[in-house]
Design a protein around this ligand. Structure first.
Ligand code: NAD
Ligand code: WQD
Length: 334
């Protein structure tokens, strides 16, 4: 049986991916510093799958601790989710973001090289495309131009580092997955994203409004050149996203392979609000507010490469994500 190290495996996307990976014959170790997650999610995974990963509370920035882990356990592959991801916070604390995301990934790659683990799947983001001047993004487009925040820069830098590593050692098998906008949660409602404090992303804000923790959703701008004036994004159900990792793990090959993971469909902010209201059966208080700096009108994945090469495409819809979000909310204090 192949053993995979899942960094950031107690986080939102990592925990959902573990559930899907357990449908295959993998042994999983989780490494996380629990900065943005709770170890109890592994009990919920056990409840849902009957299996529980071994957990190691290790920080990516602590090279010696990671070296010790790699020395004790043999890994065939790493799925690397661990990182800081709050765009606004990265503007306030750029050095923390570079140290954690870029420095931490360099430590991880050094351990992988030292102990002969040559396969890695990396959580990148559509943010690396910057502003292409078109809505639909494919993997042939240049990256790194017009990224508006340090978080996005860290994702681009890590992609470049991974390309250099592959160049230096052709036995590395590297897959970069560029996620669009992950939403929703496992249909059981047992696990999901539940950030502390004030979230940046749309769905966590909608959830806080639904719970009454935020009075109203601010819709950032309704004067964009889109049909209803609000921004359009490609929202992907996190369970589809998780399955994308299982597909990627089954198709590793030498060199660097890059895939968009998105649905190929766009949904506006107003449509997201309407979809939530439909699923909840009640209105979601909201009002139009000024535009947020750095937002682009429309970003949609061209997911055809992943469909062709990984035999993967999304199966769930925004309506499914809203239904599952409401189930999660009902089981978590709303
Ligand atoms: P998350 O915060 O829920 O999970 C990330 C996990 O990494 C957390 O459990 C956190 O405790 C851990 N972590 C952070 N720094 C660490 C460190 N130094 N050492 C060990 N563990 C550390 O976030 P998520 O939404 O599950 O995102 C997973 C990955 O996907 C991240 O790399 C993120 O940048 C990327 N991504 C997320 C989105 C999104 O919208 N959620 C979109 C594109 C890409
Ligand atoms: C979606 C839409 C907002 C909050 C970011 C990162 C990207 C990736 C995903 C990690 C936009 C609007 C939001 C609110 C609103 N993350 N909105 N009111 O900006 O597409 O992408 O998260 O890699 O890198 O940049 O996602 O969820 O923040 O916003 O109107 O309170 O919702 O303007 O149009 P975004 P988001």
């Amino acid at each position: 049986m192949k053993r995979i190290l899942v960094t950031g495996g107690t986080g939102y996307i990592g925990s959902h991916t573990i559930i899907e990976l357990y449908k295959q014959d993998y042994e999983l170790d989780v490494m996380d510093n629990l900065y943005n997650s709770k170890v109890t999610v592994l009990d919920q995974i056990k409840q849902l799958t009957g299996k529980k990963p071994d957990f190691y509370q290790v920080d990516l920035r602590d090279y010696d601790a990671m070296d010790k882990l790699f020395a004790e356990r043999h890994y065939d592959m790493v799925i690397h989710f661990a990182g800081l991801k709050a765009v606004a916070e990265s503007v306030e604390k750029p050095l923390e973001y570079y140290e954690n995301n870029v420095g931490g990934t360099v430590n991880l790659l050094k351990c992988m090289k030292k102990y002969g683990t040559k396969k890695i799947i990396f959580s990148s983001s559509a943010t690396v495309y910057g502003d292409q001047g078109v809505a639909r993004l494919d993997e042939t487009m240049p990256t790194g131009n017009g990224i508006t925040n340090p978080y996005g820069e860290t994702k681009h830098m890590i992609e470049e580092i991974l390309k250099d590593v592959a160049e230096s050692d052709p036995t590395f098998e590297i897959t970069i997955l560029r996620y669009f906008n992950p939403v929703g949660n496992h249909e059981s409602g047992l696990i999901g994203e539940d950030p502390n404090g004030i979230p940046n992303n749309l769905m966590p804000v909608i959830m806080k409004v639904a719970r009454g923790e935020i009075a109203e959703l601010e819709v950032y701008g309704d004067d964009y050149p889109t049909p209803d004036g609000t921004c359009i994004r490609d929202y992907i159900h996190v369970v589809d996203l998780a399955k994308g990792h299982v597909a990627a793990a089954a198709h590793m090959k030498p060199g660097v392979s890059i895939y968009n993971l998105g649905s190929g469909k766009g949904t506006s902010v107003k449509e997201m609000v309407a979809a939530f209201e439909e699923a909840a059966g009640k209105p979601l208080p909201n009002h139009v507010a000024p535009r947020r700096a750095g937002d682009l009108a429309e970003l949609i994945a061209d997911p055809s490469k992943a469909e062709k090469e990984l035999n993967w495409k999304t199966e769930l819809t925004v309506a499914d994500a809203m239904r599952d979000t409401i189930k999660f909310l009902s089981q978590n204090g709303a």
